[in-house]
Design a protein around this ligand. Structure first.
Ligand code: SAM
Length: 406
């Protein structure tokens, strides 16, 4: 019996289409719970891998990925997503997009053709487009900023990486001032020093941080903050009641999340980051938070807090730099009381996930750093005298919590 005679295989396209129809739209009340959704997504990816030939897969990754990324970046630059999402009923023509952007119509045609083919916009008729489910999402200013930041910086570093590694005999970058980033941007500055001199991209970068926070599971919902932080908090009704210091806290999205989840808890909250970041935070966006311009390579000025929190800080630095950052916090911690709370990926030693492995490569090519496994975290924290190191994993996937005491 040929495969075409096998009734199960012959009806495969119809079976998959019928199954697809049963999946509720995101946010619908009878939607899948998050665990089930991720399990189903993995199963669907296995199905695609079974159907796609190896050569098709390789061509998709190697040949098609760069133009798709470029079309997404150009979609932002030409205002394609915002225009189409603002005109859901009538749709927008290539000519209208070109006129508004001052671009040549044939350039717009090139970009819209690919964007429609990959589902970011929907083709209504010849050269006329309406929103798909992705259009309004990518037209959001945070998402557009993320697209710019990841393309302008991350993509360029990745593109320069093979040349960089050829020149350095394929060794892991030895310092944050000698990575594909410096080659790509022809600079001797580190990534963060360079951002300090490029305010537009620095703003986009902080938006990307906010997006990451919105897109990943919320640590205050799954980590037992009450038991691990609040229950042991000494309240003396004095200026010494410091609950949380967010070290390198960016624009404060994680602090805001904490305060919204636990409104009314007593104690002081601090946000620290480089002066150019802190000074860009608008006063009314973080009520109740004390802002401090602080370089975490210098002594920690806030002593004896209940918790020192860091998200996406240590993965930006080599072990040597991390020891310096950590030692400054350790010197401020009250033994047996202050907790270090690190919110980062914890790499598994086998069968790693795509997101963690990709982020680790991004860290390597931009800042000579990497994501860490449990063993690497433990060795790092023990090397600065921390103890009672515990690991907590989110319910589905994403970033964990590493807790330590002095
Ligand atoms: C990857 S971002 C994470 C920001 C924030 N924790 C979040 O998750 O949204 C790293 C942060 O470290 C800050 N940073 C870099 N070097 C620093 C330094 N020497 N001292 C203090 N903050 C620094 C950057 O400005 C940036 O906001």
């Amino acid at each position: 019996m040929s495969q075409n005679d096998n009734p199960t295989l012959a009806s495969l396209p119809a079976q998959i289409a019928a199954l697809t129809e049963t999946i509720p739209a995101p946010g619908q009340s009878r939607g899948l719970d998050e665990m089930r959704r991720l399990e189903a997504l993995n199963a669907a990816r296995t199905l695609v891998a079974a159907l796609e030939s190896p050569v098709e897969r390789i061509i998709r990754d190697v040949v098609m990925t760069p133009p798709i990324l470029m079309a997404l970046r150009m979609g932002v630059q030409l205002g394609i997503f915002s225009q189409i999402s603002q005109n859901p009923d009538h749709g927008v023509s290539s000519r209208e997009i070109a006129d508004k952007a001052g671009a040549s119509p044939i350039l717009v045609d090139q970009i819209t053709r690919l964007l429609a083919a990959v589902g970011y916009i929907r083709q209504e008729s010849v050269q006329c487009f309406k929103p798909s489910t992705l259009t309004a999402v990518i037209a959001d200013p945070t998402m557009e900023a993320t697209t710019r930041a990841c393309f302008e910086i991350g993509n360029l570093c990745a593109a320069k990486a093979p040349e960089f590694f050829r020149k350095n005999s394929n060794q892991f970058p030895s310092s944050a001032t000698d990575t594909p980033f410096q080659l790509a941007f022809n600079t001797q500055l580190t990534y963060f020093e360079w951002l300090g001199q490029n305010p537009e991209l620095a703003k986009d970068f902080q938006q990307w941080m906010t997006l990451n926070q919105q897109a990943t599971s919320n640590w205050v919902d799954w980590f037992n903050v009450q038991e691990h932080i609040l229950d042991g908090f000494h309240v003396t009704n004095s200026a010494e009641d410091i609950l949380l210091v967010d070290v390198g806290g960016g624009e404060g999205s994680y602090l805001r999340q904490f305060m919204e989840r636990f409104p009314g808890v007593s104690g002081r909250f601090f946000l620290q980051d480089l002066p150019h970041v802190v000074s860009s935070i608008k006063n009314d966006t973080l009520p109740g938070v004390e802002l401090i311009g602080h370089d975490f390579f210098t002594p920690q000025p806030i002593k004896g807090a209940r918790a020192y929190f860091m998200h996406w800080i240590l993965h930006d630095w080599s072990d040597e730099h991390c020891r310096s950052i950590l030692s400054n916090i350790v010197a401020a911690m009250k033994p047996g009381y202050s907790k270090l709370i690190i919110h980062e990926r914890i790499l598994s030693d086998t069968n790693g996930d795509v997101a963690s492995a990709s982020l680790s490569i991004m860290m390597m090519v931009q800042v000579a750093a990497f994501e860490r496994s449990e063993k690497q975290w433990r060795e790092l924290l023990e090397s600065v005298g921390l103890r009672e190191i515990r690991f907590y994993y989110p319910p589905a996937s994403g970033e964990g919590i590493i807790e330590a005491l002095l």
